[in-house]
Design a protein around this ligand. Structure first.
Ligand SMILES: Nc1nc2c(c(=O)[nH]1)N[C@H]1C(S)=C(S)[C@@H](COP(=O)(O)OP(=O)(O)OC[C@H]3O[C@@H](n4cnc5c(N)ncnc54)[C@H](O)[C@@H]3O)O[C@H]1N2
Ligand code: MOO
Ligand SMILES: [Mg+2]
Length: 426
Protein backbone atom coordinates (compact mmCIF):
# COMPACT_ATOMS: atom_id res chain seq x y z
CA UNK A 1 0.00 0.00 0.00
CA UNK A 2 1.24 3.44 -0.90
CA UNK A 3 1.92 5.62 2.10
CA UNK A 4 -0.73 8.32 2.57
CA UNK A 5 0.85 11.66 3.40
CA UNK A 6 -0.87 14.58 5.05
CA UNK A 7 0.03 17.91 3.42
CA UNK A 8 0.69 20.84 5.69
CA UNK A 9 0.57 24.51 4.69
CA UNK A 10 3.69 26.30 3.46
CA UNK A 11 3.51 28.59 6.44
CA UNK A 12 3.42 25.66 8.86
CA UNK A 13 6.28 23.91 7.05
CA UNK A 14 8.46 27.04 7.12
CA UNK A 15 7.74 27.52 10.84
CA UNK A 16 8.70 23.95 11.64
CA UNK A 17 12.03 24.40 9.90
CA UNK A 18 12.69 27.74 11.52
CA UNK A 19 12.58 26.17 14.99
CA UNK A 20 16.05 24.84 14.24
CA UNK A 21 19.31 26.66 13.98
CA UNK A 22 22.96 26.03 13.41
CA UNK A 23 25.65 27.08 15.79
CA UNK A 24 26.41 30.68 15.08
CA UNK A 25 30.10 31.41 15.10
CA UNK A 26 32.11 34.45 14.13
CA UNK A 27 34.70 34.65 11.37
CA UNK A 28 37.12 37.52 10.92
CA UNK A 29 37.61 38.27 7.23
CA UNK A 30 39.63 40.88 5.33
CA UNK A 31 37.54 43.88 4.32
CA UNK A 32 37.90 43.05 0.63
CA UNK A 33 36.36 39.65 1.25
CA UNK A 34 33.48 40.82 3.40
CA UNK A 35 30.92 41.49 0.65
CA UNK A 36 27.57 39.79 1.13
CA UNK A 37 28.55 38.52 4.56
CA UNK A 38 26.55 39.58 7.64
CA UNK A 39 28.00 41.80 10.33
CA UNK A 40 28.51 39.92 13.59
CA UNK A 41 28.90 43.07 15.71
CA UNK A 42 27.28 46.48 15.72
CA UNK A 43 29.33 48.97 13.76
CA UNK A 44 30.09 51.78 16.17
CA UNK A 45 31.52 55.16 15.21
CA UNK A 46 34.70 55.49 17.27
CA UNK A 47 35.28 59.02 16.02
CA UNK A 48 33.35 61.92 14.53
CA UNK A 49 32.91 62.06 10.77
CA UNK A 50 34.32 64.24 9.44
CA UNK A 51 36.96 64.15 12.17
CA UNK A 52 37.74 67.87 11.76
CA UNK A 53 36.14 70.96 10.26
CA UNK A 54 37.10 71.01 6.61
CA UNK A 55 36.65 72.94 3.40
CA UNK A 56 33.79 71.70 1.23
CA UNK A 57 35.04 73.72 -1.74
CA UNK A 58 38.29 74.81 -3.32
CA UNK A 59 38.80 78.44 -2.25
CA UNK A 60 40.15 80.58 0.56
CA UNK A 61 39.73 80.08 4.29
CA UNK A 62 39.07 83.43 5.91
CA UNK A 63 37.80 85.10 9.07
CA UNK A 64 34.28 86.16 8.07
CA UNK A 65 34.38 89.31 10.19
CA UNK A 66 37.02 90.66 7.78
CA UNK A 67 34.45 90.72 4.99
CA UNK A 68 31.61 92.51 6.81
CA UNK A 69 32.01 95.67 4.74
CA UNK A 70 32.99 93.97 1.47
CA UNK A 71 31.23 94.99 -1.75
CA UNK A 72 32.01 95.36 -5.44
CA UNK A 73 32.79 98.99 -4.89
CA UNK A 74 34.69 98.37 -1.70
CA UNK A 75 36.36 94.96 -1.97
CA UNK A 76 38.11 93.47 1.01
CA UNK A 77 41.71 92.57 0.31
CA UNK A 78 43.26 89.77 2.35
CA UNK A 79 46.84 88.63 2.52
CA UNK A 80 47.30 84.99 1.44
CA UNK A 81 49.57 83.44 4.04
CA UNK A 82 49.40 79.77 3.11
CA UNK A 83 48.29 77.17 0.62
CA UNK A 84 46.94 73.76 1.69
CA UNK A 85 45.50 70.80 -0.16
CA UNK A 86 43.59 67.92 1.46
CA UNK A 87 45.91 66.13 3.85
CA UNK A 88 48.03 69.20 4.63
CA UNK A 89 47.68 71.48 7.63
CA UNK A 90 48.09 75.21 8.16
CA UNK A 91 49.43 75.17 11.67
CA UNK A 92 49.33 78.84 12.69
CA UNK A 93 46.25 80.71 13.85
CA UNK A 94 44.68 82.70 11.04
CA UNK A 95 44.82 86.38 11.91
CA UNK A 96 42.65 89.27 10.84
CA UNK A 97 43.43 90.36 7.31
CA UNK A 98 44.75 86.94 6.35
CA UNK A 99 43.48 84.14 4.10
CA UNK A 100 44.74 80.62 3.36
CA UNK A 101 44.28 79.11 -0.07
CA UNK A 102 42.55 75.83 0.74
CA UNK A 103 41.35 72.88 -1.32
CA UNK A 104 38.30 70.66 -0.75
CA UNK A 105 38.84 68.28 2.15
CA UNK A 106 41.65 70.23 3.84
CA UNK A 107 41.30 70.99 7.55
CA UNK A 108 40.18 74.55 8.29
CA UNK A 109 42.97 76.61 9.86
CA UNK A 110 42.24 77.57 13.43
CA UNK A 111 40.41 80.90 13.77
CA UNK A 112 39.12 80.70 10.17
CA UNK A 113 35.33 80.39 9.96
CA UNK A 114 34.34 80.61 6.29
CA UNK A 115 35.46 79.59 2.81
CA UNK A 116 35.25 81.84 -0.22
CA UNK A 117 34.87 79.74 -3.36
CA UNK A 118 37.50 80.15 -6.07
CA UNK A 119 34.76 81.18 -8.53
CA UNK A 120 34.06 84.27 -6.41
CA UNK A 121 37.62 85.53 -6.56
CA UNK A 122 38.72 87.95 -9.26
CA UNK A 123 42.29 88.82 -8.36
CA UNK A 124 45.50 88.52 -10.22
CA UNK A 125 47.71 89.92 -7.49
CA UNK A 126 50.23 87.53 -6.00
CA UNK A 127 49.65 86.79 -2.30
CA UNK A 128 46.48 88.89 -2.18
CA UNK A 129 42.86 87.91 -2.57
CA UNK A 130 39.94 90.25 -3.18
CA UNK A 131 36.49 89.50 -1.80
CA UNK A 132 33.44 91.44 -2.98
CA UNK A 133 30.68 90.41 -0.57
CA UNK A 134 30.32 89.71 3.13
CA UNK A 135 30.65 86.10 4.18
CA UNK A 136 28.84 85.00 7.26
CA UNK A 137 30.20 83.04 10.20
CA UNK A 138 30.42 79.31 9.31
CA UNK A 139 29.70 79.86 5.62
CA UNK A 140 30.88 76.96 3.45
CA UNK A 141 32.24 74.69 6.15
CA UNK A 142 31.89 70.95 6.43
CA UNK A 143 31.68 70.54 10.19
CA UNK A 144 33.31 67.97 12.40
CA UNK A 145 30.69 65.34 13.26
CA UNK A 146 28.07 66.59 10.77
CA UNK A 147 27.95 63.20 9.09
CA UNK A 148 28.00 61.23 12.30
CA UNK A 149 28.99 61.69 15.93
CA UNK A 150 31.35 59.48 17.86
CA UNK A 151 29.69 56.58 19.73
CA UNK A 152 26.71 56.27 17.42
CA UNK A 153 25.70 52.77 16.29
CA UNK A 154 25.77 53.11 12.52
CA UNK A 155 24.86 49.63 11.39
CA UNK A 156 23.40 46.95 13.59
CA UNK A 157 24.73 43.45 13.61
CA UNK A 158 22.92 41.19 11.17
CA UNK A 159 23.11 43.70 8.31
CA UNK A 160 24.35 42.44 4.98
CA UNK A 161 27.61 43.94 3.79
CA UNK A 162 27.33 45.81 0.52
CA UNK A 163 29.42 48.61 -1.02
CA UNK A 164 27.91 51.24 1.29
CA UNK A 165 28.64 49.12 4.36
CA UNK A 166 32.17 48.59 3.09
CA UNK A 167 32.59 52.37 2.89
CA UNK A 168 31.68 52.68 6.58
CA UNK A 169 33.85 49.76 7.60
CA UNK A 170 36.80 51.36 5.84
CA UNK A 171 36.02 54.76 7.39
CA UNK A 172 36.23 53.26 10.86
CA UNK A 173 39.34 51.23 10.28
CA UNK A 174 37.94 47.72 9.96
CA UNK A 175 40.63 46.07 7.86
CA UNK A 176 39.36 42.82 9.38
CA UNK A 177 35.59 42.49 9.67
CA UNK A 178 33.64 40.34 12.15
CA UNK A 179 31.03 38.35 10.21
CA UNK A 180 28.97 35.29 10.95
CA UNK A 181 30.45 32.00 9.85
CA UNK A 182 29.01 30.49 6.69
CA UNK A 183 27.11 27.29 7.37
CA UNK A 184 28.20 24.18 5.50
CA UNK A 185 25.45 22.41 3.62
CA UNK A 186 26.02 18.89 2.33
CA UNK A 187 24.50 17.94 -1.02
CA UNK A 188 23.91 14.41 -2.28
CA UNK A 189 22.06 13.61 -5.50
CA UNK A 190 20.33 10.25 -5.63
CA UNK A 191 19.07 8.50 -8.73
CA UNK A 192 20.22 5.56 -10.83
CA UNK A 193 19.50 7.60 -13.95
CA UNK A 194 22.05 10.27 -13.14
CA UNK A 195 25.14 10.98 -15.19
CA UNK A 196 27.86 13.36 -14.23
CA UNK A 197 28.05 16.72 -15.95
CA UNK A 198 31.01 15.74 -18.09
CA UNK A 199 29.48 12.45 -19.27
CA UNK A 200 27.82 12.02 -22.70
CA UNK A 201 24.12 11.20 -22.68
CA UNK A 202 23.15 7.52 -22.57
CA UNK A 203 19.75 5.91 -23.19
CA UNK A 204 17.39 6.45 -20.25
CA UNK A 205 19.83 8.63 -18.40
CA UNK A 206 20.07 12.37 -17.70
CA UNK A 207 22.75 14.56 -16.23
CA UNK A 208 22.68 15.44 -12.56
CA UNK A 209 21.71 19.11 -12.61
CA UNK A 210 20.12 19.34 -9.16
CA UNK A 211 23.29 18.96 -7.13
CA UNK A 212 24.97 21.80 -9.00
CA UNK A 213 21.86 23.94 -8.89
CA UNK A 214 21.53 23.38 -5.14
CA UNK A 215 25.24 24.20 -4.66
CA UNK A 216 24.69 27.46 -6.48
CA UNK A 217 21.61 28.17 -4.35
CA UNK A 218 23.60 27.47 -1.18
CA UNK A 219 26.22 29.97 -2.34
CA UNK A 220 23.62 32.56 -3.28
CA UNK A 221 22.05 32.17 0.16
CA UNK A 222 25.49 32.67 1.74
CA UNK A 223 26.43 29.12 2.74
CA UNK A 224 29.19 26.74 1.70
CA UNK A 225 28.10 23.74 -0.36
CA UNK A 226 29.85 20.49 0.42
CA UNK A 227 29.43 18.05 -2.45
CA UNK A 228 28.83 14.35 -1.78
CA UNK A 229 28.44 13.43 -5.43
CA UNK A 230 25.65 11.21 -6.68
CA UNK A 231 24.50 7.74 -5.80
CA UNK A 232 22.21 5.22 -7.48
CA UNK A 233 18.92 4.46 -5.71
CA UNK A 234 20.53 2.09 -3.19
CA UNK A 235 19.55 2.56 0.40
CA UNK A 236 22.67 1.28 2.18
CA UNK A 237 25.03 3.50 0.23
CA UNK A 238 22.79 6.53 0.84
CA UNK A 239 22.55 5.80 4.57
CA UNK A 240 26.36 5.53 4.81
CA UNK A 241 27.05 8.75 2.94
CA UNK A 242 24.44 10.78 4.82
CA UNK A 243 25.55 9.38 8.19
CA UNK A 244 29.15 10.39 7.53
CA UNK A 245 28.15 13.71 6.02
CA UNK A 246 26.19 14.71 9.12
CA UNK A 247 29.48 14.67 11.03
CA UNK A 248 30.93 17.23 8.65
CA UNK A 249 28.15 19.65 7.75
CA UNK A 250 25.55 21.79 9.47
CA UNK A 251 22.65 20.43 7.42
CA UNK A 252 22.27 17.89 4.67
CA UNK A 253 20.35 18.01 1.42
CA UNK A 254 19.49 15.00 -0.69
CA UNK A 255 17.69 15.33 -4.00
CA UNK A 256 15.52 12.69 -5.61
CA UNK A 257 13.54 9.80 -4.24
CA UNK A 258 11.30 11.97 -2.08
CA UNK A 259 8.02 10.68 -3.44
CA UNK A 260 6.22 7.35 -3.02
CA UNK A 261 7.67 5.26 -5.86
CA UNK A 262 9.55 1.99 -5.75
CA UNK A 263 12.95 3.62 -5.82
CA UNK A 264 12.07 6.62 -3.68
CA UNK A 265 14.33 6.00 -0.74
CA UNK A 266 13.91 9.13 1.35
CA UNK A 267 11.28 7.64 3.72
CA UNK A 268 13.51 4.61 4.39
CA UNK A 269 16.58 6.80 4.67
CA UNK A 270 14.90 8.87 7.39
CA UNK A 271 13.92 5.68 9.18
CA UNK A 272 17.39 4.13 8.96
CA UNK A 273 18.96 7.32 10.27
CA UNK A 274 16.55 7.27 13.23
CA UNK A 275 15.60 10.80 12.28
CA UNK A 276 12.25 12.43 13.04
CA UNK A 277 10.15 13.64 10.13
CA UNK A 278 9.02 17.27 10.46
CA UNK A 279 6.91 16.94 7.34
CA UNK A 280 6.90 15.01 4.10
CA UNK A 281 4.14 16.73 2.16
CA UNK A 282 3.49 20.44 1.70
CA UNK A 283 0.40 21.94 0.11
CA UNK A 284 2.39 23.58 -2.64
CA UNK A 285 3.43 22.94 -6.20
CA UNK A 286 6.12 22.32 -7.16
CA UNK A 287 7.80 20.76 -4.17
CA UNK A 288 4.80 18.99 -2.65
CA UNK A 289 6.88 15.94 -1.79
CA UNK A 290 9.58 17.83 0.08
CA UNK A 291 10.63 15.97 3.22
CA UNK A 292 12.42 17.54 6.15
CA UNK A 293 13.65 15.42 9.02
CA UNK A 294 15.71 16.09 12.11
CA UNK A 295 18.42 14.02 13.73
CA UNK A 296 20.12 15.21 16.91
CA UNK A 297 19.33 18.83 16.09
CA UNK A 298 20.54 18.61 12.49
CA UNK A 299 18.17 18.95 9.58
CA UNK A 300 18.10 16.58 6.64
CA UNK A 301 16.26 17.90 3.62
CA UNK A 302 14.87 15.36 1.19
CA UNK A 303 14.28 17.67 -1.75
CA UNK A 304 12.41 16.36 -4.72
CA UNK A 305 14.23 15.05 -7.79
CA UNK A 306 12.22 17.22 -10.17
CA UNK A 307 14.40 20.29 -10.76
CA UNK A 308 11.59 22.84 -10.29
CA UNK A 309 10.49 21.22 -7.06
CA UNK A 310 14.05 20.89 -5.80
CA UNK A 311 14.67 24.57 -6.50
CA UNK A 312 11.51 25.81 -4.81
CA UNK A 313 11.93 23.48 -1.83
CA UNK A 314 15.38 24.91 -1.32
CA UNK A 315 14.33 28.55 -1.53
CA UNK A 316 11.45 28.12 0.90
CA UNK A 317 12.96 25.80 3.49
CA UNK A 318 16.76 25.77 3.24
CA UNK A 319 17.52 29.38 2.39
CA UNK A 320 15.96 30.91 5.53
CA UNK A 321 17.88 28.51 7.75
CA UNK A 322 21.14 29.49 6.07
CA UNK A 323 20.22 33.16 6.53
CA UNK A 324 19.49 32.49 10.19
CA UNK A 325 22.91 30.89 10.65
CA UNK A 326 24.42 33.93 8.97
CA UNK A 327 22.79 36.19 11.52
CA UNK A 328 20.65 37.91 8.89
CA UNK A 329 17.73 39.98 10.11
CA UNK A 330 15.36 39.31 7.23
CA UNK A 331 15.45 35.61 6.60
CA UNK A 332 12.99 35.03 3.82
CA UNK A 333 12.76 35.83 0.13
CA UNK A 334 11.80 39.43 -0.43
CA UNK A 335 8.16 39.86 -1.24
CA UNK A 336 6.72 42.32 -3.70
CA UNK A 337 3.63 42.82 -5.81
CA UNK A 338 3.45 42.34 -9.55
CA UNK A 339 0.85 42.16 -12.28
CA UNK A 340 0.27 38.98 -14.24
CA UNK A 341 1.21 39.46 -17.88
CA UNK A 342 -0.47 36.27 -19.03
CA UNK A 343 -3.49 34.21 -18.03
CA UNK A 344 -2.94 31.34 -15.70
CA UNK A 345 -6.07 29.29 -16.25
CA UNK A 346 -5.29 26.14 -14.23
CA UNK A 347 -7.23 25.89 -10.95
CA UNK A 348 -5.05 24.58 -8.14
CA UNK A 349 -5.77 22.64 -5.02
CA UNK A 350 -2.29 23.66 -3.79
CA UNK A 351 -0.55 27.03 -3.69
CA UNK A 352 1.55 27.41 -6.82
CA UNK A 353 5.00 28.94 -6.91
CA UNK A 354 5.61 29.56 -10.56
CA UNK A 355 9.08 30.30 -11.76
CA UNK A 356 8.67 33.65 -13.45
CA UNK A 357 10.37 36.49 -15.26
CA UNK A 358 9.70 40.04 -14.12
CA UNK A 359 9.56 42.75 -16.77
CA UNK A 360 9.24 46.39 -15.85
CA UNK A 361 7.01 48.59 -18.03
CA UNK A 362 6.30 52.20 -17.10
CA UNK A 363 7.11 51.59 -13.47
CA UNK A 364 4.89 48.52 -13.16
CA UNK A 365 6.36 45.10 -12.57
CA UNK A 366 4.76 42.55 -14.90
CA UNK A 367 5.41 38.86 -14.50
CA UNK A 368 4.92 35.76 -16.52
CA UNK A 369 6.07 32.15 -16.29
CA UNK A 370 9.66 31.74 -17.38
CA UNK A 371 9.02 28.46 -19.18
CA UNK A 372 7.04 25.26 -19.08
CA UNK A 373 5.19 25.32 -15.77
CA UNK A 374 5.93 21.78 -14.74
CA UNK A 375 7.86 20.63 -11.73
CA UNK A 376 10.07 18.59 -14.09
CA UNK A 377 11.05 21.59 -16.21
CA UNK A 378 14.65 22.63 -15.88
CA UNK A 379 14.40 25.21 -18.67
CA UNK A 380 11.94 27.35 -16.69
CA UNK A 381 14.71 27.88 -14.15
CA UNK A 382 17.08 29.45 -16.63
CA UNK A 383 15.49 32.88 -16.70
CA UNK A 384 13.56 32.77 -13.44
CA UNK A 385 14.00 35.80 -11.25
CA UNK A 386 10.84 35.54 -9.17
CA UNK A 387 8.47 32.95 -7.83
CA UNK A 388 4.91 33.98 -8.65
CA UNK A 389 2.72 32.98 -5.73
CA UNK A 390 -0.73 31.85 -6.79
CA UNK A 391 -2.85 30.84 -3.82
CA UNK A 392 -4.82 27.64 -4.04
CA UNK A 393 -8.29 28.02 -5.45
CA UNK A 394 -10.96 26.62 -7.66
CA UNK A 395 -10.38 29.07 -10.49
CA UNK A 396 -7.34 30.26 -12.36
CA UNK A 397 -5.83 33.73 -12.60
CA UNK A 398 -6.19 36.31 -15.33
CA UNK A 399 -3.75 38.64 -17.01
CA UNK A 400 -3.82 41.99 -15.21
CA UNK A 401 -4.44 40.52 -11.74
CA UNK A 402 -2.10 41.52 -8.92
CA UNK A 403 -0.02 38.74 -7.46
CA UNK A 404 2.61 38.27 -4.78
CA UNK A 405 6.16 37.70 -5.93
CA UNK A 406 9.18 36.32 -4.15
CA UNK A 407 12.41 37.79 -5.46
CA UNK A 408 15.04 35.14 -6.10
CA UNK A 409 18.07 37.36 -6.60
CA UNK A 410 17.52 39.90 -3.85
CA UNK A 411 20.01 39.74 -1.02
CA UNK A 412 18.21 41.76 1.62
CA UNK A 413 15.18 39.57 2.20
CA UNK A 414 12.00 40.13 4.12
CA UNK A 415 10.82 39.25 7.58
CA UNK A 416 8.14 36.72 6.99
CA UNK A 417 6.46 36.44 3.63
CA UNK A 418 3.83 33.94 4.65
CA UNK A 419 1.78 36.21 6.89
CA UNK A 420 0.02 37.45 3.79
CA UNK A 421 -3.27 35.88 2.86
CA UNK A 422 -1.70 33.16 0.82
CA UNK A 423 -4.29 30.49 1.37
CA UNK A 424 -2.76 27.08 1.33
CA UNK A 425 -5.08 24.17 0.81
CA UNK A 426 -4.71 21.31 3.24
N1 LIG B 1 2.24 8.20 -7.61
C1 LIG B 1 2.83 9.37 -7.37
N2 LIG B 1 3.84 9.74 -8.15
C2 LIG B 1 4.44 10.92 -7.95
C3 LIG B 1 3.99 11.76 -6.92
C4 LIG B 1 2.94 11.36 -6.10
O1 LIG B 1 2.52 12.07 -5.17
N3 LIG B 1 2.39 10.14 -6.34
N4 LIG B 1 4.60 12.98 -6.78
C5 LIG B 1 5.09 13.55 -7.99
C6 LIG B 1 5.76 14.78 -7.71
S1 LIG B 1 4.75 16.07 -7.25
C7 LIG B 1 7.07 14.93 -7.83
S2 LIG B 1 7.77 16.47 -7.63
C8 LIG B 1 7.96 13.82 -8.15
C9 LIG B 1 9.03 13.75 -7.08
O2 LIG B 1 9.93 12.81 -7.40
P1 LIG B 1 11.07 12.32 -6.42
O3 LIG B 1 11.42 13.34 -5.44
O4 LIG B 1 10.72 10.99 -5.92
O5 LIG B 1 12.30 12.25 -7.40
P2 LIG B 1 12.72 11.11 -8.40
O6 LIG B 1 11.62 10.14 -8.57
O7 LIG B 1 14.02 10.61 -7.98
O8 LIG B 1 12.91 11.94 -9.73
C10 LIG B 1 11.89 12.72 -10.29
C11 LIG B 1 12.38 13.30 -11.60
O9 LIG B 1 13.47 14.14 -11.38
C12 LIG B 1 14.64 13.72 -12.12
N5 LIG B 1 15.84 13.93 -11.31
C13 LIG B 1 16.14 13.28 -10.18
N6 LIG B 1 17.33 13.68 -9.71
C14 LIG B 1 17.78 14.61 -10.56
C15 LIG B 1 18.96 15.38 -10.60
N7 LIG B 1 19.90 15.27 -9.65
N8 LIG B 1 19.12 16.25 -11.61
C16 LIG B 1 18.16 16.36 -12.57
N9 LIG B 1 17.01 15.67 -12.57
C17 LIG B 1 16.84 14.77 -11.59
C18 LIG B 1 14.38 12.25 -12.34
O10 LIG B 1 15.11 11.75 -13.42
C19 LIG B 1 12.88 12.23 -12.55
O11 LIG B 1 12.56 12.59 -13.86
O12 LIG B 1 7.32 12.59 -8.12
C20 LIG B 1 6.03 12.60 -8.76
N10 LIG B 1 5.50 11.30 -8.74
O1 MOO C 1 6.42 18.06 -5.66
MO1 MOO C 1 5.82 18.03 -7.13
O2 MOO C 1 6.95 19.18 -7.41
O3 MOO C 1 4.49 19.03 -6.41
O4 MOO C 1 5.43 18.67 -8.63
MG1 LIG D 1 10.33 9.37 -7.44
Amino acid sequence: MVEVRRPISISDAVSRVMNYEFNQAIDYVPLLESDLRFLAEDLLADHDVPPFNRAPYDGYAIRSEDTSQASRQNPTRLHVVGDIGAGSLYTDDLENGQAVRIMTGAQMPSQSDAVVMLEEIHTNEADMVTIIRPHHHNENISFQGEDTKKDQVLIEKGAIIHPGTVALLATFGYDIVPVFRKPRIGILATGSELLDVHEPLQPGKIRNSNAYMAASQVKRAGGIPVMYGKLPDELDACVDVVTDALQEVDAMITTGGASVGDYDLVPQLVERLHATTLFNKVAMRPGSVTTVAEKDGQLIYGLSGNPGACYVGFELFVRPLIRKALGARDLHLKRSIGVLDSDYPKPNPYTRLIRGVALEREGVQYVKPSGLDKSSSVIALGEADVLIVLPAGSKGYKRGEEVNLLDLHDQKGSQWPWDIPIVSYK
